[in-house]
Design a protein around this ligand. Structure first.
Ligand code: NAP
Length: 307
């Protein structure tokens, strides 16, 4: 079978970039993978563990003659990268990204895209709290959704080619506008991360409860927030700086609902608490029914090993 892309360039080879490299190799989606990352250490590691066929000293050199270029670095870096690679992009190439916000990416990247290059933003809804070239795995995208946000003048054939690429990596594909993407992800991803970062920081600041007690008794719920709050600080700083409006909108609604729960607790309104908790339990069951998580108790962790 002829691979769908002769050459794919990855700019950024961390969790997402290295998982894509592994999935592309497993599914034989390209003849060659070229790569570029910010540090010499990551570039050397990517070559050493065979994620890329060639590593280049600059982003512009990495995208030369590539049919598909994927921005896989934090979203705050996309504008400068797009400006640098623009003159080197091959006419007819598809330029895409994996960034967790979309409207800001369009604003930063689109002005640099030369005519004849198809810029089609994307976002795989798949990840872990790990970072770096060694953290990726080929199955990361399996049965996870990838959202593609084509622009009004995107070539439908290029959009379908990119959608097929993600399907070959194991994803289901949805198409929506960048603005709608940002609203959906503000509630399903960005706000949960903000809440997790906040609860962990609140616990860290407590004085009446010692930090050793917080760690010792974390199985009561806290530890599940700490997994999310261990996510990469650079990536998440950039997400909040670049999806400000949608996050503030969802945060406003969240604060109102939190105040309602606070009031219910203060006034002993058990019916309200019971109704909210029952509805939440139903949503958890829908996520399991949709194959987006395991039904195993305690996320399938099992009993902890004796110390
Ligand atoms: P990561 O593991 O921290 O990797 C980031 C990569 O980008 C590293 O290779 C890093 O190189 C490189 N990089 C940083 N600044 C750069 C620059 N100026 N030029 C070129 N390369 C640069 O991050 P990740 O989790 O893969 O996230 C990458 C993107 O995927 C982000 O835009 C994020 O929003 C999106 N995303 C993440 C997840 C998730 O759960 N993690 C899920 C979906 C989408 P060095 O190692 O040399 O610093």
């Amino acid at each position: 079978m002829t691979p769908p892309f002769n050459r794919v360039a990855l700019l950024g080879i961390g969790l997402i970039g290295s998982s894509l490299a592994r999935a592309m190799r497993q599914q034989k989606l390209t003849g060659e993978i070229t790569g570029y990352a910010r540090s010499e250490a990551t570039r050397a590691k990517a070559l050493e563990i065979g994620l890329v066929d060639r590593i280049l000293p600059t982003a512009a050199e990495a995208v030369k003659d590539a049919d598909l270029v994927i921005l896989c670095s934090p979203v705050g870096t996309y504008g400068a990268l797009a400006q640098e690679i623009a003159p080197a992009l091959k006419p007819g190439a598809i330029l895409t990204d994996v960034g967790s916000v979309k409207a800001a990416v369009v604003k930063d990247v689109l002005p640099h895209v030369p005519s004849g290059v198809n810029f089609i933003p994307g976002h795989p809804i798949a990840g872990t709290e790990q970072s770096g070239p060694e953290s990726g795995f080929a199955e990361l995208f399996t049965n996870r959704w990838c959202i593609i946000t084509p622009l009004p003048d995107s070539d439908p054939k290029a959009v379908e080619r990119l959608a097929d690429f993600w399907r070959c990596c194991g994803s289901n594909v949805d198409v929506m506008t960048p603005e709608h993407h940002d609203l959906v992800l503000a509630i399903t991803s960005h706000l949960p991360h903000l809440i997790a970062y906040n609860i962990v920081s609140t616990a860290a600041d407590l004085e009446e409860v010692t930090s050793s007690e917080v760690i010792k008794y974390s199985a009561g719920g806290f530890r599940d927030f700490t997994r999310i709050a261990a996510s990469d600080p650079t990536m998440w700083r950039d997400v909040f700086l670049n999806n400000k409006d949608a996050v503030l909108e969802m945060l406003g609604r969240f604060s109102e609902d939190l105040s309602a729960l606070q009031r219910a607790i203060r006034w002993g309104d058990g019916d309200t608490l019971f109704d909210v908790f029952t509805r939440s339990r139903q949503i958890r069951r829908s996520i399991i029914a949709a194959g987006q998580d395991t039904a195993a108790p305690d996320f399938g962790r099992g009993a902890p090993k004796p110390q």
